[in-house]
Design a protein around this ligand. Sequence first.
Ligand code: ZN
Ligand code: ZN
Length: 547
Amino acid sequence: MPSYTPLPARVELAAVDHEVLAFWREHDIFARTVSQTAGGPEWVFYEGPPTANGRPGTHHVEARVFKDVFPRFKTMKGFHVTRQAGWDCHGLPVEIAVEKELGLSGKKDIEKVGIEAFNARCRESVQRYIGDFEELTERVGYWVDMSHPYWTMTPEFIDSVWWALKQINDKGLLVQDHRVAPYCPRCGTGLSDHEVAQGYETVTDPSVYVRLPITGELDGLTGVELLVWTTTPWTLVANTAVAVHPDVSYAVARTRRGTFVVAEPLLATVLGEDAEVLATMPGRRLEGVRYRRPFDLVDIPGAHFVITADYVTTEDGTGLVHQAPAFGADDLAACRRHNLPVVNPIGPDGHFHADIGLVGGKFFKEADPTLVADLERRGLLFRSTNYEHQYPHCWRCHTPLMYYAQLSWYIRTTARRTELQRENERTNWYPDHIKHGRFGDWLSNNVDWALSRSRYWGTPLPMWQCSAGHLTCVGSRAELGQLADKDLSGLDPHRPYIDDVTFPCPTCGDPASRVSEVIDAWFDSGSMPFASLGYPYVEGSVEAFEK
Ligand SMILES: [Zn+2]
Ligand SMILES: [Zn+2]
C-alpha cells in the first residue's frame, strides 16, 4: 500500500498553490515560524520598500522571491528572522503618475492646482495600490509581516529621516552649492547619479567641427582659426572659452580650406594627411589667445580666449574643447579657475530665454538644426555629420537631460569614500564580481549625493533660513515645535503645511522660513533600517535598533 496520496495524472499547479496558501493562512504558519525561533540568534533582514505608485508587475515577483528564499532558509536553520513590510511613498514616480491622472504637465500646472490638492492626490494614489501589492505578496508565497508595515510618509518616519539629516548637517556634510548636475527640464529637477544610470538611450545627434577665427596674430601668422568639436551645438550659444591641455603639442597647419590649430596627435584625423604644418607649440603657449565666438546672441563679458585645463584629452575631437560653464562640470571648474562668468541662456524649463535672437523660446535640443544651419551660412562650419551615441534621458519621463548649473543641496559622500570602500571590502557579495565591479566602480567614481529636489511630494528638507542667510537644520517635529513655540505634534510634516511654520532665527532673531526643496526619495528608503522603527524618538526604537 502506498504511504502517500497518489498524485493525479494531471496536476493543477495553481490549485495546489491555493491549498498550501490556505493551510498557511489557517494555521498562521508564518507567524509561528517567527515565534518558534524567538530564542534563536537574530538574522537581520531589511525589506527595502517597493514604490506602490501603480499595480505590481512581474518584476516585483522576482525581487520578492529572492527576498523570501534567504529568510526562509535561515529560519529553517533556527535563526530568528523578523520581516517587517514597508511601502515607499514619496518621489517623482508618484508625482508623475498623479500629473498624468490630472492631465497636468510640469510644475506650472501643479502650482495652479495647488500643492495641497496635488499632495493629497499623491497620498491617495500611494494607498490605492497597497491592496494589490498585499494580494500579490501572499499569492507568490512571500512571507513578510504586512500587518505592521512602515510607510515612508508617516510623521514618525519623517522625524527619523530628519534626525539623520541633522546628524549629517552637524558633521558639515550637508552643503548647498552651485553645481552642474544632470537635470530633467520637464520634471524641473536634478537627478542623482543612480537615476541617470537608469536612463541612457541611443540617439543621433549632430557632430560638428566649428571654426573660431583668432583675432590678431598667432606666431606671426594671420587668418588662423581654432577648431572645436561638439555634439551639443545648443551649448555654443553660451560659449565662454576654449580649453587646451597645457602639455599637449598643438599644430598650426594649412589646408586648402584655411589654417587651423589642432592637437598634433589628431592632425591627420581632423585635417587629413596632406595638411602643411607651419608651427607647433605646447598648449600653454596658446593661453590667452583671443578668438571670435560662434554666436553673438547673449552677453558674456570678459570672455572668449584660450584657457588651459588638465582634463582635455586627445582621444577624440580636435584637442581644443569649447567651454560652456553652465552646461558642464569640467567646464565650470576650468572657467572658474580663470574667473570667467557663468552665463546661462536657458531657463529651468529647458527653453532658451524668449528674448534671445535666433533660438529664443526653443527647447534646447530642438535648437540644434537652426544653430548648425546658421554656422554653415556664415562659413563657420568645418564639418558636420550625425553621431549615434548614448545620451542620458530622464528615467521616468524620457526627456533628454541637460547638464545644467543650479543651486542644490548635496551630501558630501565623497568625504566618506574611504570608509565606504572599507565597508564594501567587508561585505559578501553574491555574485562576487559586483563587489569590485558595478558597485566597487560606483564607489570609486562616487560623486556627492544630489539630495534636493525642487518638487512637492517628498520628505521636506528640514532646513530653515532667515533673510541674513543663517541656516538652521531641524531634527524633528518636536524640535521644530520648540523653535516655533507651538505644539506641532499633530502637524502633517509635508508641503504645504510645513512651509507655513516659521520661527525666529536662533542666530539673529529674524524670521526663518523653510527652504522650498524636498529630498530624493532614495534617502527615505535608504533610511529604513532605523526610520522603520522611528529611531531615535519612538519609544523602544533605540533598544530595537541597537539589538
Ligand atoms: Zn523627467
Ligand atoms: Zn539669522
